[in-house]
Write a protein of this length. Structure first.
Length: 336
């Protein structure tokens, strides 16, 4: 048959990977007949633990799993990759400033960008999950100049799924009937979950904003709930969302590779200035996917309240970008 799809997963001994790897091997990312060759990247202190994950993957006896490689060498991990899921990142410690977090991660995504640039297969699709995901994707792209920007993305599908689930619950409709929901901007607490154009299949008379209590209720309840959902899960579980993140990563790749059937989904991608966002910013947009490519849904009416949210999350991303770039240029100068 066809050669297996080479899939690199970083942070492979971590929490998200523990839910993600079985989902990939079960065909939730590339379909029920595509075999996968997993390349798992970790940092040296996690290699023993990663060895245990490899034992379990083997013991699962997945028919679709062609091979597993575990390594702490980025060049080996990314060689020949057809898809790369970048989950590993430096975690935010207590009291850590944004600039410090950006600096730690800029180093990681610079190195991994260079390794992808050198070794990835043509057409490799990259999704950055590790936070700050949008800015990490921007850094990675900068250091992977041979990889087209359209092949690099940041995960905001988890936020998207959270918003869809909340709308479905509010209107009492099946999940699959909800359309037109999207996430704008940064995967952070400034993201804007937008339901102003939400629709319910078969119920053209339902006005979702009205059912959800009107604009004021959205800004007081729904929007902050989605923005802070990750923090609520950490508070409850004492660990961050992993099951739902893994599901969202599979959804993201499955839509990208296999198409979204005309549905609007959300992806953090570098646009060309759509909706007044600076070109090249990795910004979550409403997109549709077809033929292995995403395209930003254009021509949507953005109301005044939405515009304020979109501008706020855009400003946060510009600030992250300039912090990250100044860290990198300081690092480059200190090596001279
Ligand atoms: P975790 O701490 O359980 O696992 C992360 C793993 O990455 C660890 O095993 C660590 O050793 C590894 N790692 C660190 N630096 C690495 C490097 N340079 N190369 C390879 N591996 C490296 O964390 P978890 O829960 O799996 O989350 C991972 C990341 O995903 C975090 O940054 C988290 O904030 C982010 N996240 C993003 C979401 C999104 O929607 N974009 C949703 C949920 C989490």
């Amino acid at each position: 048959g066809d050669p297996p799809m080479v899939v690199t997963v970083t942070g492979a001994a971590g929490q998200i990977a523990y839910s993600l790897l079985p989902a990939i091997c079960a065909g939730r990312m590339f379909g029920p007949t595509t075999r996968v060759a997993l390349r798992l990247l970790e940092i040296p202190p996690a290699m023993t633990s990663l060895g245990g994950v490899v034992m379990e993957l083997t013991d699962c006896a997945w028919p679709l799993l062609a091979s597993v490689t575990a390594t702490s060498d980025a060049a080996e991990a990314f060689a020949g990759a057809n898809a790369a899921v970048l989950v590993g990142a430096f975690p935010r410690g207590p009291g850590m400033e944004r600039a410090e977090l950006l600096a730690k991660n800029a180093g990681i995504f610079k190195a991994q960008g260079a390794a992808l640039d050198a070794g990835a297969a043509p057409g490799c699709k990259v999704v950055v999950v590790g936070n700050p995901a949008n800015t990490n994707a921007m850094i990675l792209s900068h250091f992977a100049p041979s990889i087209p920007k359209k092949n690099i993305s940041a995960l905001t599908r988890l936020d998207h799924n959270r918003a869809v689930a909340a709308v479905a619950a509010a209107v009492g409709a099946p999940l699959g009937d909800v359309g037109g929901v999207c996430i704008w901007g940064n995967h952070s607490s400034t993201q804007y979950p937008d339901v102003t154009r939400a629709t319910v299949a078969g119920k053209p008379d339902v006005n979702v904003v009205e059912v959800m209590g009107g604009q004021q209720a959205l800004s007081e309840t729904f929007i902050p709930t989605i923005q802070k959902r990750g923090a609520a899960i950490i508070a409850a579980r004492k660990m961050s969302s992993a099951m739902s993140a893994a599901k969202a990563i599979c959804d993201h790749m499955a839509s990208w590779v296999g198409g979204s059937d005309g549905a609007t989904v959300s992806m953090g991608v570098a646009g060309a200035g759509e909706y007044g966002i600076e070109a090249g910013t990795f910004f979550s947009y409403p997109v549709t996917c077809t033929g292995g490519e995403w395209s930003i849904v254009e021509g949507l009416t953005v109301d005044e309240a939405s515009r304020k949210y979109i501008d706020a999350t855009s400003q946060e991303l510009q600030a992250e970008r300039s912090d990250a770039l100044s860290v990198l240029s300081a690092a480059a100068e200190s090596k001279l």
